[in-house]
Write a protein that binds this ligand. Structure first.
Ligand code: 7PM
Length: 290
């Protein structure tokens, strides 16, 4: 199985690690824009040295209740980083829900659009469809970012509802002209879900494979892991790695993580233990990784 993206066809016969690059004032800001971009690019280089396969660059915090960022400000944050990161020769994803930002990022050379809103905003389907090969991650979210956790979300069967939503968004994307091989789907851990909902999505994650598209999953440092371990966000590396491995074991193709080095180490051991995808033949030394 491959994921078609603008410059790269990503081989998903072994799990891939997507490293998170947040370009928000609370992450890299030293006050100056150029300083912000070079700090973000240094972070990109570090994640690649640690073994990231894909970089996910985002300029708007999608944290529940976070204030929205205007498109021009988001572009001021992400475009310089995107331009600089093109030279790394790895797939670059733009984490945004704004059609204008998608278009500008794809024009600049981004390979993938990662949209927590699954291309539901007017113009978003068209923005991705207008590029002939760009990849897209369609994520499930219950409600809007500002309100999704405002009151406890209710589902009769969270896995069935997430699957039905993702099937509908895949159909909408394909109807807009986005070929199936360009699409991956994501259950949206933490987006309008309780701890129990998130855990149900992990335990029954294999049911989402019936959608016929690769699964991307993000458990990194999320509050459900805090609920399970009692640890604050800065002390959730081990919990995050365990969740990533559990997700891979249940068929995830891509894990979206902050802690790339720890995740890649765990993945190597998981692979060596023969827990990787059935029938996968280890690549010979020197074989290309992508
Ligand atoms: C609170 C909740 C704070 C969520 C931060 C987050 C995902 C994503 C994010 C995900 C995809 C974070 C997130 N999470 N994109 N963007 N899947 N595709 O932990 O799970 O970075 S934002």
């Amino acid at each position: 199985m491959h994921w078609q993206t603008a410059r790269f066809s990503i081989d998903l016969t072994r799990p891939r690690v997507m490293g998170i690059v947040n370009v928000t004032p609370d992450s890299f800001s030293d006050g100056g824009r150029l300083g912000d971009a070079s700090a973000a690019l240094a972070h990109c280089e570090r994640l690649l040295a640690e073994g990231a396969d894909i970089l996910d660059i985002g300029g708007e915090s999608t944290r529940p209740g976070a204030a929205p960022v205007p498109a021009d400000e988001e572009l001021r944050r992400v475009l310089p980083v995107l331009r600089g990161a093109l030279a790394f020769g790895v797939p670059l994803s733009i984490d945004t829900l704004k059609p204008d930002v998608m278009r500008a990022a794809l024009d600049t050379g981004a390979d993938i659009v990662n949209d927590i809103d699954a291309l539901r905003r007017p113009g978003a389907l068209e923005a991705v469809a207008s590029h002939p090969r760009a990849g897209v991650c369609l994520m499930h979210m219950h409600g809007a970012p500002a309100t999704m956790q405002a009151r406890p979300p209710e589902y009769v069967d969270v896995v069935a509802e997430v699957a039905a939503f993702l099937a509908g968004r895949c159909a909408a994307a394909q109807a807009a002209g986005i070929a199936a091989e360009r699409i991956v789907v994501d259950p949206g851990i933490g987006f309008g879900k309780t701890v129990e909902h998130n855990l149900e999505l992990l335990r029954r994650q294999h049911e989402l494979l019936a959608l016929g598209r690769p699964l991307l999953v993000g458990w990194s440092r999320k509050s459900t892991l805090g609920a399970l371990t009692g640890r604050p966000v800065g002390e959730r590396v081990a919990a995050s790695v365990a969740a990533a491995l559990a997700a891979m074991q249940r068929g995830a193709a891509i894990v979206r993580v902050h802690d790339v080095a720890a995740t890649v180490d765990a993945l190597k051991v998981w692979d060596a233990a023969g827990l990787g995808p059935a029938g996968t033949i280890a690549a010979p030394p020197g074989a290309t990784r992508r």
